[in-house]
Design a protein around this ligand. Structure first.
Ligand SMILES: [Zn+2]
Length: 485
């Protein structure tokens, strides 16, 4: 790529892509086509743009030959710091509630710098697997740390150039009061409400190509007070921001809500005002058909996280039924301690396979999965300027090299389907966000991968040692090999 000329509107031509998936309402797919980017927006998409638009000879250019180009993917549920406790043996075999109680015991010791390392690792992994817009459900506020933890995530996102919609999470119902988390991770409702106002005033940007938008997200019915659910709706609707929480993830949650509230999880949050097009829920594994109809009617979005649901043994969300009913569904990698990956394209492939295994070969298509990655995610986050490569949309473009072993034999016929059906190599070659190149030839621009990974591993080791020292949790004791005959 040649350097950009100073003091001119920045132009970038992505030329002769094998296929451009526009992801417009008509499902346009253009073969051997170009994408012209001007500043933060898509200026044109079509064949032979260099000649047709008489572009300058020295225009910065990416050679798209052998590559599939799509709008950047949208990740609608995550917990960045969790990549610091991936594969912990103590919780490799645990279901959600046990898994959480054990993880809380080490997460309580994370500090500001360590949380930023987790965020950086998580965002780099997302960038490499096609994500250009991510949310993050940050509900971890150890009582010993300052309140400004999401500020650290935002600083990292800005440095890396990823579009970011953090959600201000919270846990305000601790084990002393019938909730799940230890008191070392419990905030009071007032502190959370004050931080909502601070974050919205400081960071929430409503302009069309905004790189930072804030949403509000009490963690779950089993660790947040009913009052905070109610107050969150009030604050969000006053400011016009979206709201998010975990919902209907496991049988244990159903039981908890039945015993504590005498209700199903959705009825509990709906009674607090959580029913409307500004709401999106993560998981919805244990949702029934009547609730799916209510989601569709009310414009409620869903973050589908198939890896985490499978890994924790929670079940399979009825996503094909949601899609048929017209519910907006996006994909989320969820926290990387319950995945244990942050591979967003991989999440789409797993969704494709999982739903076919459960509901049959015609229940979901590769293009359904690509739609969830892009337009579905954009709808869930309430951002209609991303997830498509139409003129005027945000210039968030990802290119996958399909001329490699993983795809060989597929690209000549249907390279788009190949991303989902063949894909074992999920890394992008190029990623452009808001008109800027953030992944160049498979590398995140400006990031020293090995030293970052080294620091993450140091923190992970410290956390395991902390768990042993403070709580007697010997993680290595829980490694399991097959029983011998
Ligand atoms: Zn989650």
């Amino acid at each position: 790529m040649s350097p950009e000329a100073p003091n001119k509107p920045s132009l970038l031509l992505i030329e002769r892509c094998r296929v451009v998936a526009v992801m417009d309402d008509a499902g346009t797919e253009l073969e051997h086509a170009d994408i012209l980017v001007e500043g933060p927006a898509i200026k044109a998409v079509g064949k032979g743009l260099r000649e047709a638009m008489q572009l300058p000879a020295d225009i910065p250019t990416i050679d798209g030959r052998g590559h599939v180009a799509l709008p950047g993917f949208v990740n609608v549920h995550h917990h960045f710091w969790q990549c610091l406790t991936r594969t912990f043996p103590r919780v490799q075999h645990a279901e959600l509630f046990d898994w959480l109680v054990q993880q809380y015991k080490v997460w309580e010791s994370l500090d500001t710098e360590e949380l930023k390392v987790g965020a950086r690792v998580a965002m780099c992994e997302l960038l490499l697997t096609g994500c250009t817009t991510t949310s993050d459900h940050h509900y971890l506020f150890p009582t010993k740390q300052p309140v400004e933890l999401i500020d650290g995530d935002i600083a990292v996102a800005r440095e890396l150039g990823i579009r970011f919609q953090p959600t201000r999470g919270s846990m305000t119902l601790g084990e002393r009061d019938g909730g799940l988390p230890p008191m070392t991770l419990i905030e009071d409702d007032e502190r959370v409400l004050a931080d909502y106002e601070r974050l919205i005033a400081t960071y929430h940007d409503t302009s069309p190509y905004a790189m930072t938008r804030i949403s509000l997200a009490p963690c779950a019915p089993f660790n947040v007070t009913a009052r905070l659910f109610q107050e969150t709706v009030e604050v969000a609707r006053r400011h016009g921001v979206k709201i998010h929480t975990h919902l209907a993830e496991t049988d244990d949650e159903d039981t908890y809500c039945a015993e504590r509230f005498g209700k199903r999880p959705f009825d509990f949050v709906a009674d607090q005002g959580w029913e409307g097009s500004d709401v999106w829920f993560a998981h919805c594994v244990k949702i029934n058909s009547a609730e799916i109809e209510r989601f569709a009617r009310g414009g409620i979005g869903v973050a589908h996280c198939p890896s985490a649901n499978a890994r924790l043994g929670s079940g399979i969300a009825p996503v094909p039924e949601m899609l048929r009913a017209g519910v907006a569904v996006g994909l989320g990698v969820d926290g990387s301690a319950s995945n244990d990956s942050g591979d967003l394209l991989g999440e789409a492939r797993l969704a494709f396979l999982m739903h076919r295994a459960r509901w049959g070969a015609d229940s979901i298509t590769p293009r359904d999965c690509l739609w969830m990655l892009t337009r579905g995610g954009a709808a869930v986050l309430g951002n209609d300027n991303i997830g498509k490569l139409t003129v005027g949309a945000a210039a968030d473009v990802v290119l996958f090299d399909v001329e490699q072993f993983a795809y060989a034999g597929g690209p000549s016929v249907d390279p788009l389907a190949g991303l989902i059906m063949c894909g074992t190599s999920h890394h992008v070659a190029w990623s452009i966000i808001n008109g800027k190149v953030v992944v160049e030839r498979g590398r995140v621009v400006g990031v020293a991968e090995r030293s970052l990974v080294h620091r993450a591993n140091q923190i992970s080791t410290r956390l395991a040692e902390y768990g042993l020292k403070q709580h007697g949790l010997n993680y290595r004791d829980h490694v399991r090999w097959p029983r011998k005959a």
